[in-house]
Design a protein around this ligand. Sequence first.
Ligand SMILES: *[C@@H]1O[C@H](CO)[C@@H](O)[C@H](O)[C@H]1NC(C)=O
Ligand SMILES: *[C@@H]1O[C@H](CO)[C@@H](O)[C@H](O)[C@H]1NC(C)=O
Ligand SMILES: *[C@@H]1O[C@H](CO)[C@@H](O)[C@H](O)[C@H]1NC(C)=O
Ligand SMILES: *[C@@H]1O[C@H](CO)[C@@H](O)[C@H](O)[C@H]1NC(C)=O
Ligand SMILES: *[C@@H]1O[C@H](CO)[C@@H](O)[C@H](O)[C@H]1NC(C)=O
Ligand SMILES: *[C@@H]1O[C@H](CO)[C@@H](O)[C@H](O)[C@H]1NC(C)=O
Ligand SMILES: *[C@@H]1O[C@H](CO)[C@@H](O)[C@H](O)[C@H]1NC(C)=O
Length: 291
Amino acid sequence: MATLKEKRTCGQRCEDFGHFVWNSDEGKFMGRTPIRWLYISLYYVAFYVVMTALFSLAIYVLMYTLDPYKPDYQDRLKSPGVMVWPDTYNDEELEITYNMSDKNNWMTKSKILQDFLEPYNDTIQAQCNHYNCTSGKYFIQHAFDAPKHTKWSCPFYQSMLGNCSGIDDPTFGYNTAQPCVIIKMNRIINFLPNNGTGSAPYVNCTALEGQDNVRGYTYYPTNGTLDLSYFPYYGKLAQPTYMNPLVAVKLDLVNQRHAVIQCRVMANNIAHQNYYDPYEGKVIFHLTALS
Ligand SMILES: *[C@@H]1O[C@H](CO)[C@@H](O)[C@H](O)[C@H]1NC(C)=O
Ligand SMILES: *[C@@H]1O[C@H](CO)[C@@H](O)[C@H](O)[C@H]1NC(C)=O
Ligand SMILES: *[C@@H]1O[C@H](CO)[C@@H](O)[C@H](O)[C@H]1NC(C)=O
Ligand SMILES: *[C@@H]1O[C@H](CO)[C@@H](O)[C@H](O)[C@H]1NC(C)=O
Ligand SMILES: *[C@@H]1O[C@H](CO)[C@@H](O)[C@H](O)[C@H]1NC(C)=O
Ligand SMILES: *[C@@H]1O[C@H](CO)[C@@H](O)[C@H](O)[C@H]1NC(C)=O
Ligand SMILES: *[C@@H]1O[C@H](CO)[C@@H](O)[C@H](O)[C@H]1NC(C)=O
């Protein structure tokens, strides 16, 4: 036979609950005496105070050791990447193809270069970076002498790109078979090209395919040099007006007017054979002039 459990009414249950909340016989509140509740509360207060203190201490130590002028995770990047403008990507390969007899077509290429060079405008550079830099020397700055607790940045003027500056020839040569491309090396904080030996890195372009179709390379500035005064770069906070130095190359296409060009930045500490990063230290692009 099943034991018949005594059915309790709702009123009785409420009474039980009330008894649990405040048991006047034993002087217990929610099953514990007030003094025990006090101990439990004190324990938790102490517990949270200690936890908060530990947490704050950890945050404080972290903040204290962080240098706002340096990013924290860049230990992997040792060698800078290289890019080319006008930048037209076609599948994995970089392809600069233009039709020199189609004005609308080549204008798009010139326009890309004009837009890219806008921040290098001589007037703007003279205003933002009016520091007299000594060319041929690393520009090492330990102090924050520039306004607003920053460091100076050397100006890079558009006009330094000579015939590829777009000033005398706003087409950048894209209406002919002598187009200009612009090579830019990415920034790496505290990177000293040629690790401190004092010789400047330079850009060297060669044709990997179609050597016979390239009659010549003209570099601006002279010799394709990236002047040492643009190095080292101290980071965005320290040098908010920093501009990457550039090298423009005017190629002279002949015959089929097609070539695969490789432009390398030459320095003893710039690698260029990284299988996993084809843009490290160099850039390869297909250049074709149609007519
Ligand atoms: C280049 O442009 C010219 C003029 O618009 C056109 O006649 C010619 O077919 C174009 N060439 C190619 C290869 O598309
Ligand atoms: C540079 O900027 C000035 C003033 O905005 C402008 O007059 C000049 O045409 C610009 N130069 C070039 C080459 O775009
Ligand atoms: C930089 O040098 C030029 C010529 O030597 C001088 O006219 C100019 O005032 C100098 N600018 C600064 C900011 O020192
Ligand atoms: C720039 O182009 C002009 C005209 O084509 C030429 O005479 C001059 O030598 C070129 N300048 C340089 C530095 O190559
Ligand atoms: C540029 O690279 C080519 C091919 O690697 C080499 O023959 C030439 O000597 C280099 N020029 C300079 C100035 O380094
Ligand atoms: C360019 O390189 C040549 C040969 O190495 C050198 O004689 C010349 O002084 C260099 N010019 C500049 C402006 O660096
Ligand atoms: C410069 O860097 C290269 C490549 O990272 C290295 O082989 C060479 O020993 C370094 N030279 C100096 C003086 O640090």
